[in-house]
Design a protein around this ligand. Structure first.
Ligand code: BGC
Length: 611
């Protein structure tokens, strides 16, 4: 039977209740396998930090196996249709303990290497399959235009072309030929998420259709051509109208004009923002073109509300059929109907999960993503034989170097929650045994043998979504981790306020500049490494440094940083974002009067020449 005729056959045998169940995606904490069977649920997700058991691949496989078995039960009133499980594996399979955690997208944008992107996607797919999961909400194709946005690090670049090239490579790596090693991709967030006024997460993107197409739609075109199976609607509005209820964006443009045949999934409770009346929100979003609904805990209300709206004639049956057809088509194209139960799939619980082979790819990505912004006085590369003082809050902190969306939604602190990999300090020490760690440089207050050079790792702490915004006050809309308690003793920075009121680093983290100045005052040359999710205003920190390197959020393989600093590899990264000089700079490549601190494409090698 051909794929479409299998879908026709299924659709012909489904009741309205079964169809609406296929359109429903609850969160795992809010649904049991029995409920999956009884309500004919089509898909489940894990929100950030929502993990089963001990959060090992085997726990995930067991969980998915139970959901799958429930979805495949046969009997009176039951139609076996395999469940589709989605996760935010946005820099490796980052929710799971012991996963290989890649640099966040901002670093990969600076590495700008499509072949590397494809390999990262293949490793990520393998580590997702290890958990019995088949779908990731990635890649993010946001074109972040205002660095104050808390999701800037999820964006490859401020330049739509670079986002398009890297996103396509990632989709091809992830989905491949849709064989055994494939994971379904989800392009997000459709559309204009990176263009909101003030960089406010879930905010308002105001621009002409021409600009929307040029900046925000353009990067989707290659990824759609590569066959991405799904697209996520965005929380933001475009010219005053929320994307989740925007028929022109979801149906006329994406499905009709661009010919997208896969499914559109809503974002976490994304339809709630359409109306205070949930029934009205359902009608608007279904009719606009959302096919699968991420309704983490309100899924019963969604099912009943949708059935009532169809019965009342507010949603045409053809729209329901189209929505279900698209979800079934994704399952069909992905081969889900023909795959065995998760426990019996070839890559389930594979020994490759978190393996040295996988980590080598991540370490290569770290090396290639680093951008050298200043290199004076010939201190790079640092000699492995020299007496190196390693300092700075982020020098021995795997949690900070991984950033948000790692084990917990908002990320973690310290080394304990990131199993495997190395902090930057651990990587330095392995190559330079004489190096000494004193994160606050207090060693300089007492007796010491003197240091030839210091490597000081400064930067931001972890954050995700609106909690990473830079703005003064204002409520932060909840995202996928909102209301979830991370399993296990994982500290998160969940709170209700934006990360900071300014991009000026010394005002947010004065302790960083204090350490740099202290070391400077002791006459020790300083090589500074900035760990951050975006370009920051760091004029004073640059002045206090002989060399200054942006390492972004490198992930679990901190050893990639000393691979370059200590000279085993040279710098290759170039800026995928224009770097600001002041808190009010908002430069993007191609702007009139373009005058950033460091331009798009800037980057030095260890001899101080442009890469
Ligand atoms: C985010 C999405 C994510 C979803 C599921 C939302 O808060 O905006 O990017 O895929 O949660 O975790």
């Amino acid at each position: 039977m051909s794929a479409e005729s299998r879908i026709d056959d299924l659709l012909g045998r489904m009741t309205l209740r079964q169809k609406v169940g296929q359109m429903t995606q609850p969160e795992r904490l809010h649904i049991t396998p029995d409920e999956v069977r009884d309500h004919h649920i089509g898909s489940i997700l894990s929100g950030g930090g929502s993990t089963p058991g001990e959060n090992r691949p085997a726990d995930w496989v067991a969980m998915n196996d139970a959901y799958w078995a429930a979805s495949m039960e046969e009997g009176d009133g039951l139609l076996p249709i395999p469940i589709l499980y989605g996760v935010d594996a946005i820099h490796g399979n980052n929710n799971v303990l012991g996963a290989t955690v890649f640099p966040h997208n901002i670093g990969l944008g600076c590495a700008n290497d499509p072949d590397l992107m494809a390999r990262i996607a293949q490793v990520t797919a393998n580590e997702i399959l290890a958990t019995g999961v088949e779908w990731t909400f990635a890649p993010t194709l946001a074109v972040a235009r205002d660095d104050r946005w808390g999701r800037t690090y999820e964006s490859y670049s401020e330049d739509p072309e670079r986002v398009g090239v890297l996103g396509e490579a990632f989709v091809r790596g992830l989905q491949g030929d849709l064989g055994d090693g494939a994971v379904a991709a989800c392009l997000k967030h459709w559309v204009g998420d990176g263009g909101t006024t003030g960089g406010v997460d879930q905010g308002e993107t105001t621009c002409s259709e021409e600009e929307l197409r040029r900046l925000h739609v353009a990067p989707y075109l290659p990824a759609l051509r590569a066959g991405a199976l799904s697209v996520m609607a965005s929380y933001n509005s475009w010219n005053g109208e929320k994307c989740h209820g925007h028929r022109w964006l979801l149906t006329d443009l994406l499905k009709d004009e661009l010919g997208f045949e896969g499914l559109v999934v809503s974002d976490w409770n994304g339809i709630d923002q359409l109306s205070d009346d949930y029934g009205e929100a359902i009608v608007q979003s279904v009719n606009a073109g959302v096919d699968l609904f991420m309704v983490p805990d309100q899924w019963r209300d969604f099912i009943e509300g949708t059935i009532s709206a169809v019965e009342a004639g507010r949603i045409p049956m053809e729209r329901i059929d189209d929505a279900v057809r698209r979800t079934l088509r994704v399952k069909e194209r992905y081969g889900l109907f023909d795959r065995p139960r998760p426990a019996d799939r070839p890559h389930s619980d594979t020994a490759l999960f978190g393996s040295a082979e996988h980590r080598a790819v991540a370490r290569e990505a770290v090396r290639k993503s680093m951008v050298c912004l200043k290199n004076e006085g010939g201190h790079l590369p640092v000699s492995k034989e020299s007496r190196i003082l390693v300092a700075g809050r982020n020098s021995n902190n795997r949690g900070h170097q991984c950033g948000g969306f790692t084990v917990a939604w908002q990320g973690t602190f310290g080394n304990d929650h990131i199993h495997g990999g190395t902090s930057i300090w651990e990587g330095i020490h392995a190559k330079a045994p004489k190096a000494v760690l004193s994160w606050d440089a207090s060693i300089l207050d007492g007796e010491h043998d003197g240091f030839d050079v210091a490597i000081v790792v400064i930067g931001e702490g972890p954050y995700a979504e609106g909690l990473g915004d830079v703005r003064s006050g204002g409520p932060v809309a909840a995202g996928s981790g909102g209301g979830l308690v991370a399993s296990g003793p994982v500290q998160t920075s969940q709170g209700g306020t934006p990360y900071a009121a300014t991009l000026e680093h010394r005002r947010n983290h004065p302790e960083d500049l204090a350490v740099l100045e202290k070391i400077r005052a002791a006459g020790i040359p300083v090589v500074t490494v900035l760990v951050s999710g975006r370009p920051l205003v760091v004029e004073h920190e640059i002045d206090a440094s002989d060399a200054f390197v942006a390492a972004w959020l490198p992930g679990s393989e901190g050893a990639g940083v000393p691979d370059v600093l200590l000279g085993d590899h040279d710098f290759q990264g170039t800026l995928a974002f224009s770097w600001p000089r002041t808190d009010t700079d908002r430069f993007n490549r191609g702007d009139d009067d373009y005058d950033p601190r460091f331009p798009y494409g800037f980057g030095l090698d260890s001899e101080g020449r442009r890469v």
